[in-house]
Design a protein around this ligand. Structure first.
Ligand SMILES: C[S@@+](CC[C@H](N)C(=O)[O-])C[C@H]1O[C@@H](n2cnc3c(N)ncnc32)[C@H](O)[C@@H]1O
Length: 332
């Protein structure tokens, strides 16, 4: 089994995707203590609850795949647009320090799609050049969850997959990888949102809310996911959920809305996790505030998309003459 180490693991979207594809996660790292609580409920392997800058890569167990769904704010149009000038933008270079220490055969990175165009493409060029300069063959693609994960969630993310090329490699590793093909979207919003259930009262927007009149006027289709935008209702075309965000559920950022037989309500955290492809068996701490859960779901990757890419990665490793970390240890 190929071994994965996951930086910025959140609640484990990437980890779950790799495990579903047949890999094993050796360790993960996450600094947010609330995310760590959720993570630990779902995984038994080592989780370093630590700042990625404080954790020492030299002390970590060897891995085949280094994953990093690194913080996206500096790369997001909605964020600060500071890129590498912003401290958080340097997370990419931190990942590369781990790559140098651990020498994984594969790098798997994920970020918002605007990474590709940030600062007129300079940020992306630096990323690609840096990865290539470390001896990795570079692949990247923007995939939308609704097209590649069979979940009605409009979430475009850039995925970077890089294979280490060693002297003597036949070259097949680098060349035989390709991203998965799109899959037809057969699942609907109704497969995820429970329109019949009466959920906890705090999720409903009743007559006492100032926007109630607008909701009543515009929220007419049960198959549609809506958003309340300060003064108006936004309808999301194509019967998919808009991209869930880390800041939904806080301040002026609202959780998407649906109209059910019991009234207008926001999505529950569980539904948000389902829109990211987490299974029903995914567990969250019973006493955790919803603001944390919404943030965790919004921060996450879409599990089935990662799973499909991870399966491709594993196929390539299996085809190559590559020896996994475990096999090389056994041989010693
Ligand atoms: C976009 S989310 C990653 C989602 C995740 N990769 C997944 O598989 O679902 C970024 C994560 O990085 C974490 N993070 C931010 N700064 C960090 C740091 N200095 N050290 C470790 N983790 C950090 C955040 O708490 C957040 O959970």
């Amino acid at each position: 089994m190929y071994k994965v180490g996951s930086l910025y693991a959140g609640v484990g979207g990437i980890c779950r995707g790799f495990i579903n594809a047949g890999a094993e996660v050796s360790w993960a790292n996450e600094v947010d203590r609330h995310a760590c609580r959720t993570y630990r409920l779902n995984f038994g392997h080592k989780l370093y609850e630590e700042d990625v800058w404080k954790l020492n890569p030299e002390e970590l167990q060897g891995i085949d795949v280094l994953a990093g769904g690194f913080p996206c704010q500096p790369f997001s149009l909605a964020g600060y647009r500071k890129g590498f000038e912003d401290d958080r933008g340097n997370h990419f270079f931190r990942i590369m320090q781990y790559a140098r220490a651990l020498r994984p055969r594969v790098l798997f990175l994920e970020n918002v799609k605007n990474l590709a165009t940030h600062d007129k493409g300079k940020t992306y060029r630096v990323i690609e050049e840096t990865i290539r300069a470390e001896g990795y063959a570079f692949h990247a693609k923007v995939l939308n969850t609704k097209d590649y994960g069979n979940i009605p969630h409009n979430r475009e993310r850039i995925y970077i997959v890089a294979f280490k090329t060693e002297p003597g490699d036949s070259g097949c590793i680098a060349d035989s990888f390709s991203f998965p093909d799109p899959v037809p979207l057969s699942r609907t919003v109704a497969d995820i949102v429970d329109y019949e259930a009466r959920v906890d009262g705090r999720y409903y927007y009743g007559k006492e809310r100032s926007m109630y009149g607008q909701l009543k006027k515009y929220m007419r289709s049960p198959e549609t996911v809506y958003q309340w935008r300060r003064k108006y209702v936004r309808e999301n075309k194509g019967n998919v959920c808009p991209a869930l965000t880390a800041n939904m559920g806080t301040g002026g950022h609202n959780v998407p809305l649906v109209v059910t037989r019991h009234g207008f309500r926001k999505l529950t955290p569980r539904e948000c996790f389902a829109f990211q492809g987490f299974p029903d068996s995914f567990r969250t701490p019973g006493d955790m505030a919803n603001s944390h859960l919404y943030k965790q779901a919004g921060n996450s990757v879409s599990v089935p998309v990662v799973e499909r890419i991870a399966s491709r990665i594993i196929q390539v490793l299996e085809k190559s003459s590559f020896v996994s970390v475990r096999e090389s240890l056994q041989a010693k």
